[in-house]
Ligand binder design. Structure first.
Ligand SMILES: NC(=O)c1ccc[n+]([C@@H]2O[C@H](COP(=O)([O-])OP(=O)(O)OC[C@H]3O[C@@H](n4cnc5c(N)ncnc54)[C@H](O)[C@@H]3O)[C@@H](O)[C@H]2O)c1
Length: 332
């Protein structure tokens, strides 16, 4: 199968990793990278032997590339994504697809009208434990799903990086609601509660925790616990896990059971999730996802998480926010 030309727009935590994954992929060529920060863009371009393009919209539509990876901050996905779609590129957009349902639907509909593949970076679909759980459900190994429970409570220190730029709904809940739909189908209704104040007192305009109760169209039900209130000393990324109970079996994932923590020079290191490195090459979840995206660009795979899936994750996450605000359940 032919080699594909790719570009990465936005070169922070995720984008720098995506650029490396494209650089290392045997069937991809990293044609260029783009970021509004010229110093960062040039540094990464030099390190990965590629060129730097300053304007992200020009980058997204460049005739040299077949596939564009968009890793700008959460609320800045729409413009580069639509520019790339309209130029006919295969697109990978980091989660959340967008910060509003209207923008998510815009990306979804534009891609559908132009028959452009869009993969949304719900990376957990590529994590071997979650993939095994999905297979168990799909193959009927645990019978019909009766209930699920997800938890994703990150470290307090997350805010020193995010600086309140996004919300629990759009940063964390989209992951859990995407998984919930993957495992148990469409959600019929949800109600939620939240608490706030601890992080506000530290100067961040974000809530602390959410609990949501879900009812699925299948009759199954479930709960999710979300937020960022785990002390930074806690090993790993926080309290993260998933339980799926079927009529004849159960699946349980402890995502925070990393099995490896190093505390020393460079601070706390536990990054086997994205970036497991052996003999100078990365084998983490991101490489698996990047490999899938290359296949989507080549036309040999369909996106495992579509813009339509990701739009529903945004819809459910914002519904959770509204329900917690109003105190009333939401019927989807
Ligand atoms: N899949 C995951 O597990 C995961 C993990 C972390 C972050 N994310 C998502 O990845 C996306 C990026 O997050 P991050 O943590 O890498 O953010 P970041 O702040 O580390 O990086 C964002 C980069 O985009 C650049 N940028 C800002 N505006 C731009 C624009 N208009 N055009 C081009 N570049 C621009 C910034 O200079 C910065 O280098 C977010 O949507 C985030 O939610 C996903």
């Amino acid at each position: 199968v032919s080699q594909v030309n790719t570009a990465v727009v936005g070169l922070g935590f995720m984008g720098s990793r995506w650029a490396l994954a494209m650089f290392e992929h045997p069937a991809a060529r990293l044609a260029f990278v783009s970021d509004v920060r010229e110093d960062l863009g040039r540094e990464i371009a030099d390190a990965l032997n590629t060129r730097y393009v300053r304007d992200p919209l020009e980058a997204a539509a460049d005739s040299e590339v077949d596939g564009v990876v968009i890793c700008t901050p959460e609320h800045l996905h729409v413009e580069p994504a639509v520019a790339a779609i309209e130029a006919g590129k295969a697109v990978m957009v980091e989660k959340p697809l967008a910060h509003t349902v209207v923008d998510a639907e815009l990306i979804r509909d534009r891609a559908a009208n132009l028959s452009v593949p869009v993969l949304v970076g719900h990376i957990l679909r590529f994590e071997p434990r979650y993939a095994a759980a999905a297979r168990a459900v799909r193959d009927g190994d645990i019978g019909a799903v009766q209930a699920i429970r997800g938890e994703r409570v990150g470290l307090i220190g997350t805010q020193s990086i995010l600086q309140g730029r996004t919300s629990i709904a759009l940063y964390l809940a989209v992951h859990e609601f995407d998984l919930a739909r993957w495992f148990a189908g469409e959600v019929k209704s949800l109600s939620a509660h939240k608490s706030a104040g601890v992080l506000e007192r530290q100067g961040y305009e974000v809530d602390d925790l959410y609990s949501a109760l879900l009812r699925f169209e299948s009759g199954a039900h479930g709960t999710v616990l979300l937020g960022w209130l785990v002390p930074d000393d806690y090993p790993g990324r926080g309290l993260v896990g998933l339980t799926v109970i079927g009529e004849s079996g159960v699946v349980r994932i402890d995502q925070d059971a990393l099995g490896f923590v190093k505390v020393g020079k460079g601070g706390k290191e536990d990054d086997f999730f994205f970036d497991a490195e052996v003999e100078g090459k990365r084998y983490g979840v991101l490489s698996i996802e990047a490999d899938h995206f290359v296949k989507c660009v080549q036309g040999t795979a369909e996106p495992l998480c579509t813009a339509s899936d990701a739009t529903e994750a945004v819809r459910l996450s914002l519904a959770m926010e509204s329900s917690a605000q109003s105190g009333a359940p939401i019927y989807l």
